[in-house]
Design a protein around this ligand. Structure first.
Ligand SMILES: [Zn+2]
Length: 362
């Protein structure tokens, strides 16, 4: 019995690893974004915080005891958002099976709310063209009538509880859980017992979007992404104003970056707002004074720069800026872009859990 169980686990972890790699490409996630899980009756295996879908292996998945996750759903959380997320983190850490180490993704309790064996959560640019748009909900209902649409909710505990309740309501109405959950200004969850079902569902979503974008004539061919040089003068200017926050600078050909927050990950990796203007020290200093942070994305007429403390973070800042402009172009197919609200943006800016992730994964 035990042996058979271990074989099943082995196979399941192999399957979720293959799914993670398949959906760990730049078409689906950037940086440490997205997460995947597999489960049986008693155990939930989740992608640990600070890992990437493309880099994960069968042994990387963190086993959580499901019966220890359940109390989270019934408990009374602290009212303060930071205390609440710290409380969730502690409960999730306590759910980690003895003899293993690692930090469960903040979305772990949400994965557990799905009954399906496999769950693949990603942030595809094409999908976010819809989720970050004015008419995303309508378009979602039209394209995928079986999908569950979730209006924007703060990530972490709030999102988990909200989606869980929505899944239960959906199940009561439809007699089964949803296989597609679309999250406004965030991304998509696809759940299923069969890995091929997950692959086919994602393929269908992407094909439907491809057809819609083609029909509505939005630009699916994107802004220039080729790298360009950073001059010594610009480097010196940035480092004078931003200090070690400009230790690493990468640059691409110019484009107009999204001037607002699109999704939590865009805020985490590229900050809510870019600096747009000439490469002038006093102007950049004024930005820092106004926003209270060093810009990660700087757009001049000559180039767009990703600027950060590490080479990886600078590269990701630029990648998210490029992703952001792509999302804006695609959102034109659904009535134009819809920014995150100030309250939603502020929550992310203050979120310790996310800052932890951006620290470990950049
Ligand atoms: Zn996500």
């Amino acid at each position: 019995m035990k042996g058979a169980m271990m074989d099943n686990t082995h196979e399941m972890l192999g399957t979720i690893t293959a799914l993670s790699h398949r959906f760990g490409t730049v078409d689906y996630v950037l940086g440490g974004g997205g997460n995947t899980s597999a489960k049986d009756e008693t155990t939930l295996w989740v992608k640990p915080s600070g890992t990437t879908l493309s880099g994960i292996g069968p042994d990387t998945f963190l086993p959580l005891v499901r019966s220890r996750i359940e109390p989270l759903y019934a408990a009374d959380p602290p009212a303060d958002p930071n205390a609440r997320e710290a409380w969730v983190k502690e409960m999730m850490q306590a759910a980690v099976q003895e003899g293993t180490s690692g930090r469960p993704s903040v979305e772990a309790p949400l994965h557990n709310a799905f009954a399906a064996r496999y769950v693949v959560h990603t942030h595809p640019t094409w999908v976010n063209g819809l989720t970050c748009s004015q008419k995303g909900a309508e378009a979602c209902a039209r394209l995928w009538p079986e999908a569950l649409w979730i209006p924007y909710v703060d990530p972490g505990y709030t999102l988990c509880m909200h989606v869980r309740a929505a899944i239960q309501e959906y199940a009561a109405e439809h007699g089964c859980q949803p296989s597609i959950v679309m999250l406004e200004n965030h991304g998509v969850f696809v759940a299923g017992d069969d890995p091929n079902f997950i692959i086919e569902t994602y393929d269908r979503i992407m094909t439907d979007l491809e057809n819609t974008y083609a029909k509505t004539d939005v630009a699916t061919h994107f802004v220039p992404t080729s790298a360009t040089v950073v001059t010594d003068l610009d480097r010196a200017r940035l480092q004078t104003v931003l200090g070690e926050d400009a230790s690493y600078i990468v640059a691409a050909m110019p484009f107009a970056p999204a001037e607002g927050p699109l999704t939590p990950d865009h805020i985490v990796y590229a900050k809510s707002y870019p600096y747009v203007g000439p490469m002038k020290k006093d102007r950049i200093r004024a930005f820092v004074d106004e926003y209270g942070y060093a810009p990660r994305v700087i757009a001049t007429e000559e180039a767009v720069y990703g600027v950060a403390r590490t080479a990886k973070a600078a590269g990701l800042a630029l990648s998210f800026a490029q992703d952001g402009i792509r999302i804006m172009q695609l959102a034109e197919a659904f009535g134009g872009v819809k920014w995150m609200t100030d309250a939603a943006r502020t929550f992310i800016e203050n979120w310790e859990v996310e800052s932890y992730r951006s620290k470990v994964s950049t």
